[in-house]
Every structure is written in structure tokens, then in C-alpha cells.
Design a protein around this ligand. Structure first.
Ligand code: HSE
Length: 414
């Protein structure tokens, strides 16, 4: 095999950049980091100052650098760096899920046009090798769904709040201190980060590029003590789950929202910053991948794997995009949900198709029943402003509402 000698220009020396540097120093991996571009000249750094530059062009215009490793958190700046690098014929490894999800179509075309490689294993689910698996291993499998916990910070917060009875704010501060959370943690807790990763995995699983803005996205910010209490009483845990799956041979649906998971669920014991991905397919059946989804070393390990793949010119081929009959995306599905409210008038906006159980107390109440995903999408922008919490119950989105012969249960406390 013809191994390429790698000369790397690194952008960013934060949590993941330093993690990668540590990994380099502790392994026998042979590649040279020529320069590291950072923003802040006043910051103390653990390695020699002459490694660093504050001028991106010093790397991008250096013809001896053949690989750009992009690990900054500004998606727009990252996009400019990645685009310029690819146009200059340099391969790129990036961990920037937001940048990728917002520009995926264009970047796939740019890879084709320039003959460069754009690899991003570290951008989805940290150390779990799910991108390359979906691209290669599941190339010909009939994939029913890909779902799971794609955001380490919100899983860390939910674990602390539910299992350790910590406060939400304390748990969020810890997720930030440990370097799991994004600079703006709203991206984590409001489900944006999981939605970006879902876009990347959807492209690899089904060959479709979906805009993150088109996905129903609802995070964990609204979770209250009543919801935690409800979950505990029923033996559930609350997990923020991203889902893409087929609803028929030609159609997939996608969403990101909290889920009440039962003890028998594959993700029930996936806690703290761990991520879990469930792949359901026609022949391999159900498989689960579990690993650390955030943090410098776990994410750095995925970056290292991509760097290593660049030595032999590996690239994602997106063969599923060439299917004779591309799949469609539909939001015409039904979900079984739990909706907790404080103001009864907030329930009117949900348009329940059917209510199976309802509780009305003095300070709050809840409904369990079936809603249309299209109705949730229509009210998505107002949900975070209302005192409600929504969680998906049941297995997956359904094409038809499930017929339930049981009598409706109503509980009230006067
Ligand atoms: N903020 C992200 C997370 C980092 O918590 O999962 C890894 O992508």
C-alpha cells in the first residue's frame, strides 16, 4: 500500500485539539503537525510557542501542508477554512457537526470536484465509529432505522439529575467544566447538536442530505421535577434520542426529542457522556454501539482514525446517493407522547388525535396520547416558551395512529 506522508495544519487547540495532541505524543503515529492556528495569542499553552500561528493563511497557503485538521467551534469560520483547504487540494478532517450539517451538499460536491477527502468521524457520537460503519459496512443492508443518544452533554445532565438527584444547573455547569458542552450549551440541551449529527448519519445511512432546520427538534430544557418523578414511578429513564427510520420502502422520517425509555431498552444504561447508537436492519437485526460521545481524548481518537485513513486516501463515496429510486422524507407520522403542562390552555395547541391517559392536579397535569409530528413541527417555535415538557413514549414513529382498545384513564386531584 502507498502510504502518504502527512503534514498537518491544525486549526484549534481547545479540548479536542489538545486531546489529539496528547494522543499523538502517546502513540507511535507518524505524522507531522507543522503548525497550529489559534485565536488568542495571550493564552498559555502546554507546547512550544513556535508551533502556533494566529494567521489562517500561514497554513492554508503553505503548499507543504497536505492535511487540514479543523477543530474550532465557530461553524462559519470552519466552513471558510474547510472550503479554502479543499479548493487548494488539501484533505480535511473535521469534527464540526454544525458546519457539516449546514453545508453538506456543497461539501460533498466539493470533495468530488477537487478529488480531496473530507472525513468527519469525530463529528458524530465522539469515539463511536458510526460514520464509517454506515458508509461502508452497512452499504448494502436494508436499514430500518438509526437512532440513539447523540449528545453527551444532555445525557450527562439527565443522568446527574435523574440518577444522582443533582440540580439541572449544577449538572450543566459540570458538563461545561469537563469540556463536554458546546461553547453555547443551548446547542446541546435544545437538541441542535443531536440534529446536526442526525443529518450526517442520515446522509451516510440513506444517501439523503436533510437540512437540520427541517427536523423536529425538542430538547431537555423543559424537564421538571414532575417529569422526573413520573419517570421514576414507572421505572423509566429520560434520554434525548435522535431518530431516522423508514416508515415504508420509499420514505424516512426524522426527529430529535426526549424519550421515556424502559429498563429493557438498549439505551437505558447508557449514562453520563456516553452515546449509544442503535442500528436496525433487515438481516443483521438490531445492533448497538456504545462509547464516549464527548471529551478531548475520545473525540481525539476519532480524529486520529480519520487522519490515519487519509494516509491511504480513504474518502466517503456516498454511494447511496446514487440509488435509482432515492428515498423521500416525510413528517406525516404519529407519535405516542407524554405532555406535561402547568396551564391547561397550553394543551390545546397539541391537537391530540387520541388521549389515552390524563392527570389533572392543582399545579400541573399531563396527557398521554397520540399526536401528529406535523402538528408538533407547526408549534415547535413556541414550545420552548411554554411551561410544558414533551417526551416520546413507545417504540418509534408510526404511519397510522395505533388502535388502542383500552379505556381512557383519567386521574384528578381536586
Ligand atoms: N457537545 C457535544 C456533546 C460534544 O455533548 O455531545 C461532542 O460532539
Amino acid at each position: 500500500m502507498n502510504d502518504k506522508k502527512l503534514r498537518i495544519g491544525l486549526f484549534g487547540f481547545g479540548c479536542v485539539g489538545q486531546g489529539l495532541y496528547d494522543i499523538f505524543t502517546q502513540t507511535a503515529f507518524s505524522a507531522e503537525i507543522v503548525k497550529i492556528c489559534v485565536k488568542d495569542p495571550s493564552k498559555q499553552r502546554p507546547i512550544a510557542a513556535d508551533y502556533f500561528t494566529y494567521n489562517a493563511d500561514e497554513i492554508l497557503e503553505n503548499p507543504s501542508i497536505n492535511l487540514i485538521v479543523e477543530l474550532i467551534d465557530d461553524a462559519e469560520a470552519a466552513y471558510q477554512i474547510v472550503k479554502t483547504a479543499m479548493l487548494a487540494g488539501k484533505d480535511v478532517v473535521t469534527a464540526n457537526k454544525k458546519m457539516l450539517a449546514l453545508h453538506l451538499d456543497e461539501l460533498i460536491a466539493l470533495q468530488e470536484e477537487t478529488g480531496t477527502s473530507l472525513l468527519y468521524e469525530a463529528a458524530a457520537c465522539g469515539s463511536i465509529p458510526i460514520v464509517r460503519n454506515l458508509a461502508e459496512y452497512y452499504d448494502n443492508e436494508l436499514l430500518h432505522s438509526v437512532s440513539g443518544i447523540f449528545n453527551g452533554s444532555s445525557n450527562y445532565i439527565l443522568t446527574k439529575v435523574i440518577d444522582e438527584k443533582r440540580s439541572y444547573d449544577e449538572a450543566l455547569a459540570q458538563a461545561q467544566d469537563l469540556g463536554f458542552a458546546e461553547t453555547d450549551p443551548t446547542l446541546d440541551v435544545a437538541g441542535y447538536d443531536a440534529a446536526y449529527k442526525l443529518c450526517l448519519l442520515t446522509a451516510q445511512a440513506y444517501g439523503i442530505v436533510v437540512s437540520p432546520a427541517s427536523i423536529f427538534r425538542y430538547g431537555i430544557q423543559g424537564v421538571g421535577q414532575e417529569d422526573i418523578q413520573y419517570a421514576r414511578e414507572k421505572g423509566y429513564k429520560i434520554k434525548l434520542i435522535a431518530y431516522v427510520g423508514k416508515i415504508d420502502e420509499q420514505t424516512i422520517t426524522l426527529l430529535v426529542m426526549p424519550h421515556f425509555v424502559e429498563q429493557t431498552h438498549y439505551l437505558f444504561d447508557v449514562n453520563y457522556e456516553y452515546n449509544g447508537v442503535i442500528v436496525e436492519a433487515a438481516f443483521s437485526d438490531k445492533q448497538t454501539f456504545v462509547g464516549k460521545g464527548a471529551g478531548g481524548h475520545p473525540t481525539g481518537s476519532a480524529v486520529l482514525s480519520d487522519i490515519s485513513a487519509c494516509r491511504y486516501n480513504y474518502k466517503y463515496e456516498y454511494r447511496k446517493r446514487l440509488r435509482p429510486q432515492p428515498l423521500h422524507v416525510s413528517q406525516e407520522v404519529f407519535l405516542e407522547v407524554y405532555v406535561r403542562y402547568r396551564n391547561p390552555e397550553d394543551m390545546e395547541i397539541f391537537n391530540f388525535v387520541e388521549v389515552k391517559e390524563s392527570f389533572h392536579g392543582q399545579s400541573y397535569g399531563y396527557h398521554i396520547g397520540t399526536v401528529r409530528l406535523t402538528d408538533l413541527i407547526a408549534i415547535q417555535d413556541t414550545l420552548e416558551k411554554r411551561e410544558v415538557f414533551i417526551a416520546h413514549l413507545g417504540d418509534k414513529p408510526q404511519k397510522e395512529p395505533t388502535a388502542d382498545k383500552q379505556q381512557k384513564k383519567v386521574f384528578s386531584i381536586a
